[in-house]
Design a protein around this ligand. Structure first.
Ligand code: MOS
Length: 724
């Protein structure tokens, strides 16, 4: 039986009625010990009998065509094969559901995977891949670097205007018109992409490192030209994703192709350099933000235009203005997205695509407006929270933004904040900054099978993934809460396309979407238990293995003559509400007057994301967001050689991801909330909320500390020191 719900209307808050207490208890990840011990295996750690090893050949030119001279390597030790068919240009975009561009023998960026070499060992394959003679026919008509690009196409569908912003700007008592730039970012997941493929007849099984299996299954099938039912994907553990593993990658496709040719299992592990080139990066951006306000600081108009880049034929563009549409009021509104087609690695989703960089610009501009109006940055934000969505006119499903700002200000000690440059400790200027946080909330179709066993245990099965976010713990907690058992009695099996298809991990929708499917499956089991106990579903109470209802009380096991298995199926419905998670970030920084170095002493994020399913994993998500905030604000920047597009800092030694010592105290405060419109568990997304706005709190704190306004990210010392 399937319990199906299309989320067309508000649902009762059943999880506030169940009495197990599993959900309210902060719970560590059950797979944590296995991860630490190395027994939770990642794709590249699996071996198969008679396995051969593949290694990608990367293009050595920026644009042109190529032919490979197989004779140059075929006598090398261990050589088994070299294949160029079906190669994908870059990883698929999130939820693409079809094959990425397969350019044949065309090269469109330096480092594009053009072939896979297969040998008996990894070392042999790598050696041969470096030795193979490739004849290139370069096309010198390459596109310029982003910084000098002049040809942009306007994305009509992502451009929008209401009212008259020009007029609002000219009539405004206070106006801000600032242009910001942000650097390209890499997702920099710890686990590089890898795949192990093997065929049985016309069916292929691939162990990959992927975030969204039901989409990835179709993407791989389409890339290979076979039906999706002939593809099985396994991704039970994923060592970080952040968008990089949303779509099918060159490891999966080339391993499957090579394995089909050779008739042997083939494993392809992507080198870190491959990950920096052949996996989507975050676009560089230029953003113009305009704010027009009356003499009381009330917004009359908002403008947010952006310029970004990607490869030809990519549909994705980063939705940079997402939060600007719904965060603050103002009748006149203008947005535009412009895309340049450049010979650089493809742009795609990296942690909170849109808000992550769009909110840097918006929240910096709000800080500039606060400065101009003389209104406290927190007061300015609160007075501009609109009653209804300023464009659609919809109500907000839930929105605790004002509480996040005021409660956060109290906890952080905001009242101690001084004027710019007014606080000095030896060589250090010290200051505080704030930024709002917002991330759109989305429900995605999701299915899960829940089985209740007579021995008092339960099993959850879904092709949902856990990319380090806590899926294993959250799904176990929801099942435990619904079925009246301790969380540790629930086993969760994930990451196998043979299981019911889930939303996948991405867009911050994973926990709430896949959790709703588990909730619905368990709800169907509760219905059966009520019937067997002889009470109504309203009366039924399940706690610690005991069912009570009416005047009856019996162990749940006595109600079972075998396992009960039910499937839950959630689908988004039509609802006319605006829906997002909200929060506020606070940062205190010290800026060296001698070197321009910035140290982030402490951060607080107040967060309202509907029902918090697991305070422990939710807190970890927000901690991660704060660290991303430090990265975007201070350190992370892909450097392309402007002549060739070569990713110069294509490893984790030179692409600077913050480490523990780059951030002092990290504090997270949850604001109690339920979102009745979101889904039947009243939870909203939290994964990417933590990064959204975080970097702006840091750069606003830099301004408050030393009076230097950062408009070009990241705020490296050379961008601060000359202005001190
Ligand atoms: Mo996220 S960038 O949707 O994994």
């Amino acid at each position: 039986m399937t319990e199906h719900l299309k989320m067309d209307k508000v649902q009762p808050r059943l999880l506030d009625e169940t009495g197990q207490g599993a959900i309210t208890k902060p719970t560590p990840r059950p797979e944590g010990p296995q991860k630490v011990a190395g027994t939770a295996k990642y794709a590249g750690e699996y071996k198969a009998e008679n396995m051969a090893q593949g290694y990608l050949v990367r293009a050595g030119i920026t644009k042109g065509t190529f032919t490979v001279d197989e004779n140059s390597i075929k006598d090398m030790p261990g050589f088994l094969g070299l294949y160029t068919d079906h190669m994908i240009r870059n990883s698929a975009q999130g939820t693409a559901n079809t094959n990425p561009v397969q350019p044949g023998h065309q090269v469109q960026y330096l480092g594009q995977p053009i072939a896979v070499v297969v040998a008996e060992t990894f070392e042999q394959a790598r050696h041969i891949a470096h030795a193979v003679k490739v004849d290139y026919q370069p096309d010198d008509d390459t596109a310029p670097d982003f910084a000098t690009a002049t040809e942009f196409e306007l994305k009509e569908k992502k451009s929008f205007s209401q009212g008259d912003l020009e007029q609002a700007m000219s009539e405004a008592a206070f106006a801000v018109d600032s242009t910001f730039t942000t650097a390209p970012h890499n997702s920099a997941a710890m686990e590089p992409h890898a795949a192990l493929a093997s065929w049985e007849g016309d069916k292929v099984t691939v162990r990959g490192s992927l975030q969204m299996l039901k989409f990835n299954q179709n993407e791989l099938a389409d890339s290979l030209g076979i039906p999706p039912e002939n593809v099985r994907l396994l991704s039970p553990y994923v060592g970080g994703g952040f968008g990089s593993k949303l779509g099918i990658d060159a490891a999966c496709v080339s391993a499957a192709v090579a394995s089909r040719h050779l008739g042997r299992p083939v494993r392809v592990e992507m080198h870190r350099n491959n990950v920096f080139e052949a996996i989507v990066l975050r676009t560089p951006s230029r953003q113009r933000v305009r704010l027009a306000a009356d003499s009381d600081g009330n917004l009359l108009g908002v403008g947010h235009e952006n310029w970004q880049s990607t490869l030809p034929d990519e549909v994705f563009s980063e939705p940079i203005d997402t939060a600007t549409h719904f965060l603050y009021g103002g009748d006149s509104r203008t947005y535009a997205t412009h895309v340049a087609r450049l010979n650089r690695p493809a742009s795609g989703s990296v942690r909170a695509p849109g808000e992550a960089i769009g909110m840097l610009a918006l929240e910096n501009a709000m800080d500039e407006l606060a400065e101009a109006t003389g209104i406290d940055p927190i007061d300015l934000r609160i007075r501009n929270i609109p009653a209804v969505h300023p464009e659609s006119g919809f109500q907000y499903s839930s929105r605790s933004l004002a509480e996040c700002l005021t409660e956060g200000a109290k906890r952080f000690g905001w009242s101690d904040r001084k004027a710019p440059k007014a606080r000095r400790e030896g060589e250090w200027f010290v200051g505080m900054g704030v930024a709002s946080a917002a991330r759109t909330n989305i429900l995605m179709e999701s299915k899960a099978r829940v089985t209740l066993n007579p021995d008092g245990t339960a099993l959850v099965q879904t092709d949902m993934t856990d990319i380090g976010t806590g899926t294993y713990s959250i799904l176990a907690m929801i099942a435990a809460e619904m079925l009246g058992m301790p969380t540790e009695n629930v086993t969760v099996a994930l990451g196998d396309t043979d299981f019911p298809h889930a939303s996948g991990s991405g867009g911050s929708w994973g926990a709430a979407s896949s959790g709703s499917a588990v909730f619905l499956g368990a709800k169907a089991i509760r219905q059966k238990l009520a019937e067997r106990l002889g009470c109504s579903i309203e009366e039924l109470r399940l706690q610690d293995g005991v069912a009570t209802g009416g005047n009856v009380r019996r162990p749940i096991s006595e109600l079972l003559d075998g396992p009960i298995a039910e499937e839950g199926h959630i689908e988004p419905g039509k609802q006319e509400v605006a829906q997002a998670s909200f929060g506020a970030h606070f940062a205190e920084v010290a800026v060296s007057a001698v070197t321009g170095e910035v140290r982030v002493r402490r951060m607080l994020s107040t967060v309202a994301a509907g029902r918090i399913l697991n305070e422990q994993t939710a807190q970890s998500q927000v901690w991660g967001g704060q660290i991303w905030g430090v990265g975007t604000a201070l350190t992370e920047e892909i450097q392309h050689d402007p002549r060739t597009g070569h990713v110069v800092n294509n490893d984790l030694a030179e692409y600077h991801v913050p480490v523990n010592l780059d951030l002092g105290d990290q504090d997270v405060l949850f604001i109690e909330e339920r979102d009745d419109y979101a889904n039947p568990i009243q939870a909203k997304g939290i994964g990417e909320l933590g990064i959204s706005g975080a970097g702006a709190a840091i750069t606003n704190a830099i301004y408050n500390a030393c009076g230097v306004r950062i408009r070009d990210y990241p705020a490296t010392p050379d961008r601060i020191f000359p202005h001190l």
